[in-house]
Design a protein around this ligand. Structure first.
Ligand SMILES: [Zn+2]
Ligand SMILES: [Zn+2]
Length: 298
């Protein structure tokens, strides 16, 4: 099984890739936001303020706020150009240099996103449902590594935070995009600590986390933990924290599931998934979910 973070050396680090501070329209300073995430048990955080003229195109420098056992990634949320529906684009860039220059005159979202990717950044397509983004528009961002499949702020505020069907449509078109859950916290009240990722890396070095992100060596969660995904022949065995539903999603209408109380293991015949890909979703008794990245067989 290629690209399987569960079999790789290192450990899982818990982090949030998309958060705001007073560097743009967040309620708290980067220092205070970081203090709260650290206290909540996270290992790393990316402050991704809005890259807009009104905020002076911030790339919030959090390097001084790194400490023993907690690190930060340098990020921003890129904006320019209108979507077909009329709103502005929102694209996450994580792993930028702090001196990433402001928007250039007449720069398009594709040029801007490519410029960020060229610095080595991880590129994510933010909250598609909140944005009113179409799948065809998302597919124009060819340098993207991932889609935001769960945005906690958009979910708890306006019920537009869930994008796994959007992700599946992109995967059905053959695009190899990972998916990440995030908070997109602004207020740090009900909009935080609701969706995160566990990244597999050999240490908590920002460079190693960034490489793991770009390679898709992580899974997303609202609570449940995926412990392993092992494929031998046509069998996938999953182990996890206790959940009520373990399901697989594949190309077109391919799916499978097991349901029960306190499930911690499941084995599936995955022969039908092998023409393309599969991904794993867990759901616990409180309807919290965890999502693996896709396993591609093609
Ligand atoms: Zn946004
Ligand atoms: Zn945001």
């Amino acid at each position: 099984m290629k690209n399987n973070p569960f079999n790789m050396p290192g450990q899982f680090y818990r982090g949030n890739l998309h958060t705001h501070s007073t560097g743009s329209d967040g309620a708290y300073s980067a220092q205070e936001v970081i203090r709260r995430y650290r206290e909540a048990g996270y290992d790393f955080l990316a402050i991704s303020d809005h890259y807009m003229e009104v905020f002076d195109y911030p790339v919030t420098d959090t390097r001084e706020l790194r400490s023993n056992g907690f690190t930060t990634l340098i990020a921003t949320e890129l904006h320019t150009d209108e979507l077909q529906c009329g709103g502005i684009w929102h694209i996450l860039a994580v792993g930028l240099p702090v001196d990433f220059p402001p928007l250039k005159e007449n720069e398009t979202i594709i040029e801007l996103t490519n410029r960020a990717a060229d610095t080595g950044a991880f590129i994510g397509i933010c909250h598609p449902s909140w944005s009113g983004l179409t799948v065809d528009e998302a597919c124009q961002i060819e340098c993207a590594h991932a889609v935001e499949i769960y945005n906690h702020g958009s979910k708890v505020e306006v019920e537009r935070g869930e994008d796994t069907p959007f992700w599946d449509t992109i995967l059905n078109k053959g695009h190899h995009l990972s998916g990440y859950a995030t908070d997109d916290a602004h207020k740090m009240t009900y909009d935080c600590f609701g969706g995160w990722i566990h990244v597999k890396a050999e240490s908590l070095e920002p460079e190693l986390l960034l490489e793991a992100l770009k390679a898709g060596h992580y899974y997303s969660s609202q609570g449940p933990q995926i412990h392993s995904m092992d494929i031998i022949g046509d069998e996938l065995t999953v182990t996890c924290s206790p959940v009520s539903n373990i399901s697989l999603q594949g190309h077109d209408q391919k799916s499978a599931h097991q349901q029960g109380t306190g499930l911690v293991e499941a084995t599936f015949d995955i022969a039908k998934f092998k023409a393309s890909h599969l991904r794993l979703t867990l759901r616990d008794a409180g309807s919290n979910r965890a999502w693996s990245n896709p396993v591609w067989f093609d």
